[in-house]
Design a binder for this molecule. Sequence first.
Ligand code: FAD
Length: 325
Amino acid sequence: MFKRNIDMKVTEHIKKAKEKTLFSFEIVPPKKGQNIQELYDNIDPLMEFKPPFIDVTTSREEYVYIPKEKDLLEKKITRMRPGTVGICASLKYKYDVDAIPHVLCGGFTKEETEYVLVDCHYLGLDNVMALRGDARKDQQYFTASNGGNNYATDLVKQINDLNNGKYLHDIVETPYKSDFCIGVAGYPEKHFEAPCLESDIKRLKEKVEAGADYIVTQMFFDNKKYFDFVKKAREIGIDVPIIPGIKPLAVKRHLQILPQIFRLDLPPDLVSAVEKCKNNKEIRQVGIEWSIAQSKELIKAGVPVVHYYSMGKSSNIKAIASEVF
Ligand code: FAD
């Protein structure tokens, strides 16, 4: 296995690359009870492209119904894909790569968030992605936990406070302060709750002013959306790196679920190319080719990193990276 520079901030990786575009990707923790080996099997083929960092998502808690006697069901709240911080630590030490846990407002009190961050600090996970999270599946609107952060900006402030030795209920006089590099989300096609893109970008600026060091975008399939977004962000003074997020379309169902879940548009040319396919194998190939074209154009435009949403499957990301990196 090759040895790499770790314990670096995302912003340092970008600086060190000296305008060469980097490759990175995001993974989702396995469902509770599954073997972590499956995750490694999907990551192994991507390591040859030397990702300086890998993101690991955090899932929100959800209700499950447990069968009881006499056809009764018991409602319990659970997290189906726990283990984000543990997975990050295992990736960091297994692959010599910086691993980035996603930290959510939703489902956590500020105290619980502080403990997650303290764990990250002890484990040498010095990059974190600060996100609000979506509404829980049984809720129509996002509602913070009692005593939790309401918006990603509040979470960024909490992380920044920790970097200054300011814990929730104490100011800790210590030379051993955390020094988290903080990522936040940006939406080239606007976050679905925002009244307009301009207002959403103003909110993004608040996250940067609160201490965010870089931005990773929601997936998009039309690069023009990303270029316009970056232009608007720069015009209002957002000067941190804006990393584009790319997802290869892989099955016909994506035509419905990607717009529904991520509130984005799919370009008509992509939709018609998918509709002409006879099976999912052909669709997967269309998705790969589309992502290759997107990636090449983004790299030509000088983006710092192309970040791929792997959703646990790496073969299509490998096919793209082989052509592009
Ligand atoms: P925020 O930045 O808080 O914004 C949410 C909405 O509130 C926006 O419409 C914004 O314009 C508005 N807003 C912000 N501040 C204010 C204010 N003060 N007053 C009024 N309105 C305001 N979800 C997960 O559950 N787990 C993950 O691991 C995960 N990873 C992600 C990674 C990336 C790169 C991206 C792009 C998204 C990810 N998400 C994840 C999804 C994310 O949690 C949702 O999109 C969520 O709905 C918004 O999160 P945010 O951090 O962008 O929220």
